[in-house]
Design a protein around this ligand. Structure first.
Ligand code: GTP
Ligand code: MG
Length: 533
């Protein structure tokens, strides 16, 4: 196969939404229908039940929520899919946002009983800014849901995006029977299977097929027919260009847990989602077909496999061909490195991979100097600057109660810092040696504690720190000028990991007061990118 053909068959996408809308469940069902697993795992995994492939982390299984994004690569129908399941909780959104830089499309999952929830809205906004095409899955139609027309209206009104229903639900709640495919004009009626472990048996036929009709009660049938006629009258047509520009979203209805509508979503998505495209960086357009290899690291995760205890850097390949053992230029160290330990990923399972193409996400092991955001390329002129940084809003000291385990504690903490789970700050002129941690949300501290214990055998204790706002000072500010600042009561100067000075405030009001009393010192809410020497 030529490189162009390899690029054309790649589909790299993330599943996003508010917590609990059913992303991990849908991911699992896409794997089932994509032939990548034989038996779909359950999110509410009870003992002895197979857990999901996607939520593999100890704490995820315990809590039944996703904490970290997962990469799943598999082949289906001639396509190579790189699917990324993301966490919905806002405390973990930094991970989700990083994933959005690595994908070419998203599937937005909506709980049909709830409509568009706040976190979905925020994630949608990021996709819109990046111009990422969005496909919508209206999930949980097996529960009393909002009227489908109202859901479409909500997409248009709340998100300001055109919505095109590719299929339409037949019945809802307990009476939810399946969907009508508006493109082939076929009814798909499903049967529920216990636990949704296997594909749901389906009967397909036209609207007037007596056998199909016989399976529906009169009221459901008439309502479906009436709604379909209304949609036809509206006369909208599927507009591929608008979808690719992120201006319109194809909408699929279904129920992930019951396997209803999953096949139609998978096939519809693959038909309309884009293959990897060019990226523009610093005014230069880098086409995936560019013969020079390039990619960037968007995620780092350690200890995915308890047998290996190593760290994986996740790379999104953007151009050229990746060959195992190739030598590339690493942007952060400005050195050449040989990439010998490369893997394809499937949850926490991995397999050596010898070659990869644009769109692929591969895992590289054994490079301690790799950090999130780094570019790897055979052409040093290529430099990606994709990774956004977030302003922490939660602060806490992390004590090590067991001095005998100092080494494990420090090693674990350094690793989690490198993964970007949390950031560390160092108070200025302070003798306190206890690490001060900063995170987007407090749940991240729990993750740190849990992982320190389970992966490094190190206990820890949190102590609330009295700040809730951090602002960056200008990078070129002199130490004398810092001394001369007039700080509101309770505020403190600290340095981030790149030695950039920041001010910690107890609240927004205090930060505003500082801005008024120190007018010549502009503060930035955005973390500074450059490190001070
Ligand atoms: N009734 C019903 N429940 C569903 C459906 N899909 C998922 N669920 C349930 O919704 C809950 C949350 O599902 P998850 O797949 O973990 O949701 P998520 O979006 O991955 O959640 P986070 O990753 O934590 O944001 C679980 O209890 C699922 O069993 C569905 O189609 N119908
Ligand atoms: Mg999940």
């Amino acid at each position: 196969m030529s490189i162009t053909e390899e690029i054309q068959r790649r589909r790299t996408f993330a599943i996003i939404s508010h917590p609990d809308a059913g992303k991990t469940t849908l991911t699992e069902k896409l794997l089932l229908y994509g032939g990548a697993v034989q038996l779909a795992g359950s999110v509410t995994s009870r003992k002895n039940q197979r857990a999901t492939t996607s939520d593999w982390m100890e704490l995820e299984k315990k809590r039944g929520i996703s904490i970290s994004s997962t990469v799943l690569q598999f082949d289906y129908n001639g396509y190579r899919l790189n699917l990324l399941d993301t966490p919905g909780h806002k405390d973990f959104s930094e991970d989700t946002y990083r994933v959005l830089t690595a994908v070419d499309a998203v599937v937005m999952v909506i709980d049909s009983a709830k409509g568009i929830e706040p976190q979905t809205r925020k994630l949608f906004e990021v996709c819109r800014q990046r111009g990422v095409p969005i496909f919508t899955f209206m999930n949980k139609c097996d529960r009393p849901m909002k009227e489908p027309l109202a859901l479409l209206d909500e997409l248009e009104r709340v998100l300001g995006i055109g919505a095109f229903p590719v299929n339409w639900p037949i019945g809802n709640g307990f009476e939810f029977r399946g969907v009508f495919d508006r493109q082939t004009k076929q009814m798909h009626l499903f049967e529920r299977v216990v636990g949704g472990k296997y594909r749901a048996p389906v009967s397909v036929g036209s609207l007037n097929d007596p056998e199909i009709r016989g399976q529906l009660d009169e009221a459901t049938f008439l309502k479906t027919v009436e709604e379909l006629e209304m949609l036809e009258h509206a006369g909208e047509i599927f507009d591929d260009a608008a979808v690719l520009a992120g201006k319109s979203t194809p909408v699929f209805f279904g129920s992930g847990v019951n396997n209803f509508g999953v096949q139609l979503l998978l096939d519809g998505f693959l038909k309309h989602a884009p293959a990897p495209k060019s990226r523009v960086m610093g005014g230069i357009e880098i086409s995936p077909a560019n013969p020079e290899f390039s990619g960037f690291i968007f995620k780092i995760q350690a200890n995915m496999d308890p047998k290996h205890r190593d760290r994986i850097a996740f790379v999104r390949v953007c151009s050229g061909k990746f060959d195992r053992d190739m030598t590339v230029f690493h942007s952060r160290s400005e050195k050449k490195v040989r990439l010998s330990s490369s893997h394809k990923l499937f949850g926490n399972e991995r397999e050596t991979v010898d070659e990869a193409y644009p769109g692929d996400v591969i895992g590289l092991v054994g490079h301690d100097s790799f950090g999130i955001g780094d570019t790897l390329t055979t052409d040093p002129k290529i430099l990606y600057k994709e990774i956004p940084r977030f302003t922490p809003e939660a602060f806490s000291y992390l004590h090590n109660p067991n001095t005998g385990k100092y080494k494990q504690f420090r090693q674990g903490l350094d690793q989690l810092l490198q993964e970007g789970v949390i950031q560390a700050l160092y108070l200025r002129n302070s003798s306190i040696k206890v690490p001060l941690l900063a995170a987007v949300g407090p749940l991240q501290f729990e993750v740190v504690q849990f992982r320190l214990e389970s992966e490094y055998g190190a206990e820890s204790r949190l102590e609330a720190a009295p700040w809730s706002v951090v602002r960056w000072l200008p990078t070129d500010i002199k130490e004398d000028d810092i001394d001369a600042l007039s700080l509101p009561t309770g505020s403190k100067i600290a340095y981030d990991i790149g030695k950039n000075p920041v001010v910690l405030f107890s609240n927004d009001w205090s930060a505003e007061y500082f801005a008024k009393t120190n007018e010549r010192v502009p503060l930035s809410a955005q973390p500074v990118q450059t490190a001070r020497e």
